[in-house]
Design a protein around this ligand. Sequence first.
Ligand code: PLP
Length: 475
Amino acid sequence: MTPEQFRAHGRKVVDWIADYLASVEEHPVRAQVSPGEVRAALPAHPPEHGEPFDAVLADLDRVVLPGITHWQHPSFFAYFPANASGPAMLGDLLSSGLGVQGMLWATSPACTELETVVVDWLAELLDLPSRFRTDERGGGVIQDSASGAAVVALLAARQRAGEGRHRVYVSSQTHSSLEKAARVTGIGAENVRVVDVDPGSLAMDPEHLDRLITEDLAWGFVPTLVCATIGTTSTTAVDPVPRIGEVCRDHGVWLHVDAAYAGVAAVCPEFRWCNDGVAEYADSYVTDPHKWLLTNFDCSVLWLGDRAPMVEALSILPEYLRNAASSSGEVIDYRDWQVPLGRRFRALKLWSVIRWYGAEGLRAHIRRCGDLADRFADLVAADPRFDLDPHHPFGLVCFRPRWPGASQAESDAATTELMERLNDSGELYLSHTRARGHVVLRFAVGSPATEARHIDAAWQRIAAEYDAVMAERKD
Ligand code: PLP
């Protein structure tokens, strides 16, 4: 494709995306295809001869779009959001256009230095401790995901802990990526200890953590990393980081703080409480702009107070990568801050987002979602047919229908049926979890496209479908 052909097709692609975003509401939120349908509509073999790019766009409409679940739909309330935005998409396109592979400072100095500036900017926007800024010891780095960041944090923690039989501490509410990190690093799932949670708040119990670590020390294990979560995946529970941090400090254990979803809320001063204890105790901290901060996947930022153990764990210097800049010690080579060698110029999209919205625009986005979540919670709270989880500090609201006279198993089945019927309708999309023994519905507000009318319409739809399920149960 020549630059002129690229210009012509590129315009069509940008138009296609703009039309898609302008009309995304017209699609059913969740893909309505059955397994295998998309694959069956595509040729089994690659083309021998090149095709016009228009043919790709035609198939995008014909085959791909029906198989898409529309994460940018204003009535997408499932899981956590995966925000996209114009500036992020354009930044990503520029990254593709430059085609840079930024494994070393020397392979594109701007790729490294822009990333350093942008992660320092984000640390400042979130009011993270100054020791996370890129200076002599600390620093941030963009990873593919919070899961990848957990692997890096665990490798660093293990490096600092030294040899021995390592143990990792999580709660039943910790994201599964920590167990995966334990497996990937060879520490093993059997060495992941599950700390109790408070039955009401579902937050980690620091006293139980202390007991488990003390027990493990007596048995000769090496307590290596504790993961505290700010905004758990199921219900956005918040672990007591200050008290967990004290336990970690007493025993010299690495504290990793996973704020993958909720951490970005700290762009707003009224959400800064979610950083409590991070400045004093966290060895590493991760949050995902690709969830709730308007930055297209993938963009997860990991900060460390001391990057030395990470670099020691991950740095290997084969002859073919040697260069004067790296040897001078004056530059950062981000390949030593992640598992893969190669890396995209992801900083461009985060840079574009921060510059386009500014701090005030980012704050407005978070606040709007928080207000809309409160609006939904108020609707649930006012309705005797439903039980609201009163803890909804961010954009996620958990609630559950009441099924009078039903056993626990029947209630769970009816709640699941309600959710499936709603999701099948294509009018909205929500997800579920199990909390405090019950199947619970999760309604996460996070899309920049969502307005009050979508919240109200979703609520009316949920209430009407509840009545329909209830009526059928009575028959
Ligand atoms: N940690 C928490 C608290 C999460 O909620 C999630 C995903 O929802 C993750 C980690 C994993 O995120 P990623 O997809 O960036 O690996």
